[in-house]
Design a protein around this ligand. Structure first.
Ligand code: PEP
Ligand code: MN
Length: 337
């Protein structure tokens, strides 16, 4: 349930509502808005009668929340959330492009890729320091040295950086170095990691599990937000299906569904969806057209010698075309919005 207070509600009236919620064994979560405060009622075991709160002084209305997710839902927060990452805003009418290699391999590989993607239009730089690889014998990432290199990208090029955290053990370390902490597809339902992300002071990029429903994905985001971190960017990265012509199947229809259901920004990762370079540009155009708030794309200065995901990494000159086309399409897409 969401209790919307009147614009002129006093502090005492708000406190009285919070007290009434807590007396019923629930948790009250005040949600400050532009004009008025609302209070979310969480952890109720059964339905609550709106009439309980409707008559209280200062209450404008009590709205039952019909969805299983509460704080991520548009029912509770009707306007788009905008996540600020340094000077970059993710969400609303902004379109962000996150680009960089799959993995941080060396200082020179990262710097030359960063120089290029920055020059042609990336807003945020990506690169894995801890890689979730199928094979234990494959390159696992440079670990903390990789994080230091990413921090130098921010210093040298002014680009915020995002990297994946694989486990609880490394959360503090990852959070210290980067601007956005990524939770990958394989960890989307790692509930202790989600709770830790909820305590983080940094935005979280939450990828959709490779066989998760939209509800499960939004419930994963609910874990993060319910622990107190509302800075979440969702990322659709393709589902595991029977097809063999691509690594995964990009579920474009999830984008308008998430936009309808949630106030959180949602971006598309065409690289891990495709697994093949020649599909990345068309999928990026489609992502912009379907209303995603941005893209996350793998780009490598020398894809043919990449240690990870070279086959899906764009050559720098292809990325330039992608930025131009995706931004042009997005401009058209939001005109009739
Ligand atoms: C990644 O973005 O580096 C990655 C491993 O992606 P996913 O979790 O979507 O497979
Ligand atoms: Mn990759």
């Amino acid at each position: 349930m969401l209790i919307v207070m009147r614009q002129d509600a006093t502090r005492e009236q708000v406190d009285a509502v919070i007290h009434a919620i807590e007396e019923r064994g629930c948790t009250a979560r005040p949600i400050p808005g532009g004009e008025r405060i609302s209070i979310g009622v969480l952890y109720n075991v059964g339905p609550i009668d709106p009439a309980t709160f409707q008559g209280m002084p200062g209450v404008k209305e009590a709205i039952p929340v019909t969805r299983p997710y509460k704080l991520v839902s548009r029912e509770i927060h009707p306007h788009d959330s905008v996540i600020n990452v340094g000077e970059v805003s993710v969400g609303g009418d902004n379109f962000v492009i996150i680009a960089g290699p799959c993995a941080v391999e060396s200082e020179s590989q990262v710097m030359s890729t960063a120089e290029h993607v920055k020059r042609v239009g990336a807003d945020i730089f990506r690169g894995g320091a801890f890689k979730p690889r199928t094979s234990p014998y494959a390159f696992q990432g440079l670990g903390e040295e990789g994080l230091r290199i990413l921090a130098r990208v921010r210093e040298n090029y002014g680009l915020p950086v995002v990297t994946e955290v694989l486990d609880m053990e490394h959360f503090d370390m990852v959070e210290k170095y980067v601007d956005i902490v990524q939770i990958g597809t394989r960890n989307m339902q790692n509930f202790s990691l989600l709770r830790r992300a909820g305590e983080a002071g940094k935005p979280i990029l939450l990828k959709r599990g490779m066989s998760a429903t939209v509800d499960e994905w939004l419930m994963a985001a609910e874990y993060i937000i319910s622990e107190g971190n509302p800075q979440i960017i969702l990322c659709e990265r393709g589902l595991r299906t029977f097809v063999r012509h691509s690594r995964n199947t990009l579920d474009f229809s999830a984008v308008p569904v998430v936009r309808r259901e949630s106030h959180l920004p949602v971006i598309v990762d065409p690289s891990h969806a495709a697994g093949l370079r020649d599909q990345v540009l068309p999928l990026s155009r489609a992502g912009a057209a379907v209303g995603a708030h941005g893209l996350m794309v793998e780009v490598h200065c020398m894809p043919d010698s990449a240690l990870c995901d070279g086959g899906q990494s764009l050559y720098p000159e292809q990325f330039e075309v992608l930025c131009r086309q995706a931004r042009a399409i997005r401009d058209i897409a939001i005109q009739n919005h």
